[in-house]
Design a protein around this ligand. Structure first.
Ligand code: ARG
Length: 280
C-alpha cells in the first residue's frame, strides 16, 4: 500500500512537472511573432489580387467585352485557374511593368502575372512558381528593313527601344552594354515610336511582336536570331517568405494548378485562345 502511494505520488509529481514544462513552452510560443500564412490570408479575403502590366497582348491586355473594358489574355486565364483552385475571386491591378515587383514587396498585390521571366536578379528579391510558358525574343523593325539586324553588334549601332524593367531592357543595357537604348513604360508607346521613326528596332517577345505587327501598319519581324539568347518564359512571382510571412503553401498551390493544367495539356490551347482574342 505504501509502495503504491509512493508510485502514485511520483507519477503525480511527474505529471505536474510535465504540465509545467508544457506551460512554459506555451509561454515561449506566445512571445514569438505570428507568422502570416499568405495562402490563408488570400482565402480569408476571398480574393486573389493580381498585379499585371496589361499592355502585353496576348499575355495581358485590355479588351472591350460586351461594351465593358476587361483585362484578358493568357496570364489572365492562368490567374482564373489559380483562383479557381483556391476557391477565391480575382482582382487585377494594372500598372507599369517596372512597378510590379515593388507593388508585390509592398503587399499591394498577392502575386504578379505579367509575362514575367524568372532570372537570377529577380530571384534575389522574389520567388517564382514553376514556368508555365516558354516563348522567345525577336526584333521588330519597319517593313522592308527585315535585314537591318544581323548580329547583336548591329543593335549597338541602332536606336533600340525596350520596355523598362524588362529582361529585354536588361539584355540591351547589361549584356550588350548599350547606354543609348530607349526605355519606355508601355509597349504601345514603343510601337508608335518605331512607326514614327524615332527608334529603329524593338526587342520583345515573339507572340507579342506577332500581335503588334498585325495592329500597327508598316511593322515587321526582323530576320535575325538576335535576342533569342535571352529567355522569354513566364512564371508567377510571389513575395519571399520572411520571419512573419510564409508563402510556402501559396507557392505549392500555384504549382499544383500549373501541374494540373500541364497534365491536362491546356497551355497551348490557352495561348491559341489568347492570340485569337488579341487579333480581333
Ligand atoms: N518577359 C519579359 C520580362 O520578364 C517582359 C515582360 C513584359 N510584360 C508585360 N506585361 N509588359 O521582363
Amino acid at each position: 500500500m505504501k509502495g503504491l502511494k509512493k508510485i502514485l505520488g511520483l507519477t503525480l509529481a511527474a505529471m505536474m512537472t510535465m504540465s509545467l514544462v508544457g506551460c512554459s513552452s506555451g509561454g515561449d510560443k506566445g512571445d514569438k511573432t505570428e507568422v502570416a500564412d499568405k495562402l490563408q490570408q488570400i482565402k480569408d479575403a476571398g480574393v486573389l489580387v493580381v498585379g499585371t502590366s496589361a499592355d502585353y497582348a496576348p499575355y495581358e491586355f485590355h479588351k472591350k467585352v460586351d461594351g465593358e473594358d476587361k483585362i484578358v489574355g493568357f496570364d489572365i486565364t492562368m490567374a482564373e485557374e489559380i483562383a479557381k483552385d483556391l476557391d477565391v475571386k480575382v482582382e487585377y491591378k494594372d500598372m507599369d511593368f517596372d512597378g510590379l515587383l515593388g507593388a508585390l514587396d509592398a503587399g499591394k498585390v498577392d502575386i504578379v502575372l505579367s509575362g514575367m521571366t524568372p532570372n537570377e536578379e529577380r530571384k534575389k528579391s522574389v520567388d517564382f512558381s514553376e514556368l508555365f510558358y516558354e516563348d522567345s525574343n525577336v526584333c521588330i523593325v519597319k517593313k522592308g528593313k527585315e535585314d537591318m539586324v544581323k548580329s547583336a553588334d548591329d543593335l549597338k549601332n541602332l536606336k533600340v527601344g525596350v520596355q523598362s524593367g524588362t529582361t529585354q531592357a536588361d539584355y540591351v543595357t547589361n549584356t550588350l552594354g548599350m547606354t543609348s537604348a530607349k526605355q519606355l513604360k508601355r509597349i504601345p508607346d514603343l510601337m508608335m515610336d518605331l512607326k514614327n521613326g524615332n527608334i529603329d528596332v524593338i526587342v520583345t517577345g515573339k507572340n507579342v511582336a506577332n500581335i503588334n505587327i498585325g495592329q500597327y501598319d508598316g511593322l515587321s519581324i526582323g530576320k535575325t536570331t538576335v535576342g533569342q539568347e535571352v529567355a522569354e518564359s513566364t512564371a508567377a512571382a510571389i513575395k519571399k517568405s520572411t520571419d512573419d510571412f510564409d508563402n510556402t503553401s501559396l507557392v505549392k498551390s500555384i504549382n499544383k494548378t500549373i501541374k494540373r493544367l500541364k497534365d491536362e495539356k491546356k497551355m497551348d490551347g490557352y495561348m491559341q485562345d489568347a492570340l485569337k482574342l488579341a487579333e480581333k
